[in-house]
Design a protein around this ligand. Structure first.
Ligand code: GDP
Length: 438
């Protein structure tokens, strides 16, 4: 995810390694502009971004520090429409969400993904089958809810979605549900009939928020339809689906500022776990090549439990991440499917070669080597990587049958990852990161 965009930013950042004058700044901005346009970012958004980064950088002494700060400030402005959002719970449960979108946009699948995401946060979810237009939609929801073990509300006795919604909300009043997700009808294109139906459903549901699911493969059309939905029924957030099929990905950068509604989630595959929360602060770090440790820990939380993931994030921030944690992370990653989606979250790994990204966790010899190296360590060494002097490394190499250079390389890799993560989350994050990149 965000590979092409991240490349645009990191390439520009690298280009200005030594610049200290106006000429170099202009050159860097031209580079950035070209690559963002190539990534299909809307041209108005690109212009706004380039102009603002230029203005912000010139406010101080032109240099890399200033440029990075300017980039960060501008990206915040661009992406933080309505704050750093993600999923917002209503003050009193249940939080009622109306899921809207055109037919085929991925609305029903995304409803399942969102339920799965909330379930991983220990929330009790009720999905309501109120898409009575598309014949297969209810059956599709039956399959999805069985798969993710979430309750489904359906009413075969009526063809009126308002009745279904009213019935579902009556049931939800029992108070046991944290979130009610209502899957509404779509159409192939926006028409009056659809909008009228949605307005009636909206009145009956009185939702906490309305999400619009937009197919990112439709590019700028996704922005247009989202804008129309915003004008006609009012939406509070956009979920971009099928982002995995959009190799350029530029629409995600402009969408919030173009529609003036925050982008809340991104769907990146057909599986239920292929949904990522879109939090501007985290996305900006990723775009600037600094990874997303919190996102990584959160993904892992689906496989291990949330408390453990939080503890781990704290450990990483304190620089106390040890080999046991490292192994645990690797084991959990195996359960999380696509390596590709995780790699972009690891600092410094965002721009890794394709071959490495596609590497198979399950059968990786690297993982096997790391495991056997850690198994040859004493419990104390696993807890405290600083203990590893040359004689200990020699003993470990013998123990696991690997060359000492291999051991050194893996330990270095581990330490670098830890260092980056720590610096990245520290008080002087920006400066330290620059030093590391530069
Ligand atoms: P709806 O008509 O809007 O409810 O659309 P569906 O949920 O039935 O999705 C339409 C198709 O898009 C299905 O084949 C889904 O599997 C697929 N789909 C949905 N989201 C994604 C995604 O993020 N990535 C990919 N590759 N396919 C998706």
């Amino acid at each position: 995810m965000f590979d092409t965009l991240t490349n645009s930013f990191t390439t520009a950042i690298k280009k200005i390694r030594t610049f200290d004058d106006e000429k170099a700044l202009s050159k860097a901005l031209v580079e950035l502009k070209k690559s963002l346009l190539k990534a299909d970012v809307n041209h108005k958004v690109v212009k706004q971004l380039i102009d603002e980064v230029g203005i912000e950088t010139r406010k101080g002494e032109i240099g890399k520090d200033q440029f990075l700060e300017a980039l960060r400030t501008t990206l915040h402005k661009l992406l933080e429409v309505g704050g750093n959002k993600g999923f917002v719970f209503a003050p009193n449960p249940p939080t009622v969400i109306l899921m809207t979108g055109l037919q085929g946009s991925g609305k029903t699948t995304t409803t399942g993904k969102l339920a799965h995401y909330l379930k991983s946060k220990q929330k009790k979810v009720l999905i309501v089958a109120a898409d009575l237009q598309r014949l297969a939609a209810v059956e599709q929801l039956r399959q999805i809810t069985t798969q993710i073990d979430v309750e489904l509300y359906e009413d075969e006795t009526t063809k009126n979605p308002v009745e279904v919604v009213s019935g579902a909300l009556k049931k939800a009043k029992s108070g046991i549900y944290d979130v009610v997700l209502i899957d509404t009808a779509g159409r192939l294109a926006i028409d009056e009939e659809l909008m009228d139906e949605l307005k009636c459903v909206k009145d009956a549901a009185n939702p906490s928020e309305i999400f619009y699911v937009a197919d990112s493969m439709t590019g700028q059309d996704a922005v247009k339809t989202a804008t129309t939905f915003k004008e006609k029924i009012g939406i509070d957030g956009v979920i971009l689906s099928k982002y995995d099929g959009d190799s350029k990905g530029g629409v995600a950068l402009g969408l919030s500022s173009q529609v003036k509604v925050p982008l809340r989630f991104i769907g990146s595959g057909e599986k239920m776990q292929d949904l990522e929360v879109f939090l501007p602060e985290r996305v900006i770090n990723r775009l600037m090549g600094f990874g997303d440790i919190e996102g990584l820990a959160e993904k892992t939380a689906g496989a291990i439990d949330e408390k453990q993931a939080k503890k781990l994030t704290k450990k990483i921030q304190k620089g106390k991440f040890n080999f046991n944690d490292f192994l645990e992370q690797m084991e959990s990653m195996k359960k999380m499917g696509s390596m590709k989606s995780l790699m972009g979250m690891i600092p410094g790994m965002g721009n890794m070669s394709k071959a490495l990204k596609d590497f198979d966790m399950e059968n990786s010899s690297e993982l096997k080597n790391i495991k056997s190296m850690v198994s040859s360590m004493t419990p104390k060494e696993r807890e405290n990587p600083d203990l590893l002097n040359n004689s200990r490394k020699g003993r470990i190499a013998k123990g696991c049958g690997l060359e000492i250079v291999e051991i050194n390389r893996m330990i270095k890799q581990f330490k670098n990852a830890g260092k980056m993560a720590k610096k990245f989350s520290g008080k002087n994050g920006m400066k330290d990161l620059q030093a590391m990149m530069g």
